[in-house]
Design a protein around this ligand. Structure first.
Ligand code: F6R
Length: 607
């Protein structure tokens, strides 16, 4: 996912644009650039690599101009080199783009046949070239040329454009990728999210799907897909300037891991009444009583949160759950239940595959619930019920606090399902809610093992391959542990159901392959420990994560991490912490870029 900023300012805008890009760098960080209108002409600075490379360029050759656009890129078409960095430009227009232009090949061929000279290998450049053709060949005004361009491109995008000879105009469009307009005093802003605009203004208007807008310093006009003028509501954004701070931590990921006791508590406060350990009223449209089946879908870490929730819905609400990763679910020919419900889990609320799967389920008449962090996101907007987690902005690319907040939200939903369906008595409900209310404290307790985990991680970081195993709710935890480790430390890791080990993966075990065994003292404990002994018998090195009792009963292991005692089904909420810390410290031991690991982006708005 790329980040977009545009400013019509009172003075030179390159530095404010750069500052806003810093807040968006988590979205994409393989190259960046800024274009301004200086004395009527388009001028640009672009650089491959992180934003500091662009900073150096701007230092050596500053950009003047009161109107401009900027971009941080996550490459889809074309390598992350300077020529492919945005903004793209012709003599007439400069554009920044987030998303994918699906028909760019045919457009590129058509434009090349007209003699247009492409300077990059990107899909995005066709936007600038198309606008230019309409301006040059048809004498179209900027807004007309922009609209004609929108009529030709297919795909998902957010676009912002500035025009030569006009330093009081930004044109913007949204289809599939979010875009917000910010109103300042005599200044106007456009950005991928309110977070980017927070240093400038909190008066934010989100474009709707299919909208485009003409922005000047005096104000802006929004047009819907048919070209009709429409009003979109201005909101006061709560995104604050301070949120980008690491708060004394070395990395955002460390800060976000440590925030978990607090943010999980905030999320819980949305769904439970602590005075009598009962559920508050929420999800009025999502009546679990009427559901025959529940579908859950998501990607990556959010998918693992859903996978854990499957155990809860089935146990507490006897509700059959169909769960799949969104990129698969959307293409399956699923016989959806007639009175079915579907829950989509997404931190960003913008993940393209999850959004597409949501639309597919909606088209099949499913009631849609969204567990999202970003309330204004596309997934939230298209859901019947929004179950907003309260994690605050997650900047580290590896999801940590969003995961535990997703879990606590899904746990509340599963308890509500059990209550709605008459399967959990009042006492059982309050027993579970009370156990959930313990979680922030238990997470804080788990964090106290940090120093011990750092030591073990230093050893772990020397391995080339690592396996994670678990049973029951600890199986998705094993999957999540392996994902976390590989994405930030680049160590190859696989998660397995412990019982599945002997059906193949055990062949990988030798003294060089550590195996992280996630085994709280629950009803699966003994079986998982037997699997661990099969590993020991083959010279493997088990690292056991369990509670005091579990560690004591397990006998000799290569290493152990102690976790607090928890409700057996809620253990992932606590075991997430050691698993996250292991990955974090293995990555810092290896010296990788923890917050911005290679090849990744914070949210994936392309399929
Ligand atoms: C892993 C990670 C990803 C995301 C996935 C879904 O640490 O962050 O696997 O969980 O890309 O993103 P959202 O939740 O924004 O839909």
């Amino acid at each position: 996912m790329c980040g977009i900023v545009g400013i019509l300012g009172g003075g030179d805008v390159a530095i404010p644009i750069f500052e806003a890009l810093k807040r968006l760098e988590y979205r994409g960080y393989d190259s960046a650039g800024i274009a301004t209108i200086d004395n009527g002409e388009i001028v640009r600075r672009r650089a491959a690599g992180k934003l500091n490379a662009l900073h150096e360029k701007l230092g050596a050759a500053p950009l003047a101009g009161r109107a401009g656009i900027g971009h941080t890129r996550w490459a889809t078409h074309g390598a992350p080199i300077e020529e492919n960095a945005h903004p793209h430009a012709t003599d007439h227009v400069s554009i920044v783009h987030n998303g994918i232009i699906e028909n760019f090949r045919e457009l590129r061929d058509e434009l090349a046949a007209k003699g247009r000279n492409f300077q990059s290998a990107t899909d995005s450049e066709v936007i600038a070239q198309l606008i230019t053709v309409f301006v040059e060949e048809e004498g179209a005004a900027p807004i007309e040329a922009f609209r004609k361009m929108l009529g030709r491109v297919r795909g998902a995008f957010a676009i912002a454009a500035v025009f030569a000879g006009n330093d009081d105009l930004i044109l913007a469009a949204r289809k599939g990728s979010p875009l917000a307009i910010g109103r300042g005093d005599g200044e106007m802003f456009v950005g991928s999210d309110a977070f980017a605009l927070a240093p400038f203004t909190n008066r934010v208007t989100y474009l709707d799907e299919g909208d485009h807008a003409a922005i000047t310093r005096a104000g802006f006009e929004v047009f819907d897909g048919s070209g009709a003028t429409v009003k979109r509501r201005e909101t006061v954004s709560s995104a604050s300037d301070a949120m980008v701070d690491k708060d004394g931590h070395r990395h955002f990921m460390a800060k976000e891991i440590h925030e978990q006791p607090e943010v999980v508590g905030h999320t819980l406060a949305r769904f439970v009444d602590p005075t009598d350990a009962s559920l508050l009223a929420f999800g009025a449209n999502f009546d679990f009583k009427k559901l025959d089946r529940l579908t859950i879908s998501a990607c990556g870490t959010a998918y693992y949160a859903g996978l854990i929730a499957k155990y809860w819905f089935e146990k507490w609400a006897r509700l059959p759950v169909e769960i799949d990763i969104a990129s698969e679910l959307r293409y399956r020919d699923i016989p959806y239940a007639e009175k079915g419900g579907a829950i989509f889990v997404s931190q960003s609320g913008e993940t393209a595959d999850t959004l597409a799967a949501l639309r597919e389920a909606k088209a099949h008449g499913q009631r849609i619930g969204a567990v999202v962090n970003v309330a204004e996101s596309s997934i939230a907007r298209e859901a019947d019920d929004i179950f907003q987690i309260n994690a605050g902005p997650e900047i580290g690319v590896a999801s940590t606090k969003a995961f535990t907040c997703q879990l606590v939200t899904l746990a509340c939903l599963a308890i509500k399902a059990g209550a709605d369906r008459g399967l959990l008595s009042k006492d059982e409900q309050s027993g579970l809610v009370a156990a959930l209310m313990e979680i922030p404290r238990l997470i804080a307790e788990a964090l106290q093992q940090e120093a011990a985990i750092e030591k073990i991680s230093a050893e772990l970081s020397k391995a080339r391959d690592i396996l994670y195993i678990g049973r029951g709710v600890s199986f998705p935890m094993a999957l999540e542990g392996a994902l976390k480790l590989k994405e930030i430390s680049y160590i190859h890791a696989e998660g397995y159901a412990a019982g599945e080990l002997k059906h193949g993966p055990i062949a990988l075990i030798d003294e060089h392959v550590p195996v992280v065994v996630v085994a709280p003292s629950d009803r699966h404990y003994e079986k998982t420990i037997s699997n661990m002994h099969e590993i020991i018998a083959r010279g493997g090195r088990p690292l056991l994560i369990s509670d005091k009792r579990g560690i004591k009963a397990a006998g000799d292991v290569w290493a152990a991490i102690e976790a607090p005692d928890t409700h057996p089904l809620l253990s992932p909420l606590v075991y997430a912490v050691p698993v996250q810390l292991l990955a974090y410290f293995a990555a810092t031991a290896k010296g990788t870029d923890v917050d911005q690991p290679r090849n990744l982006a914070k949210s994936v708005t392309v399929e």
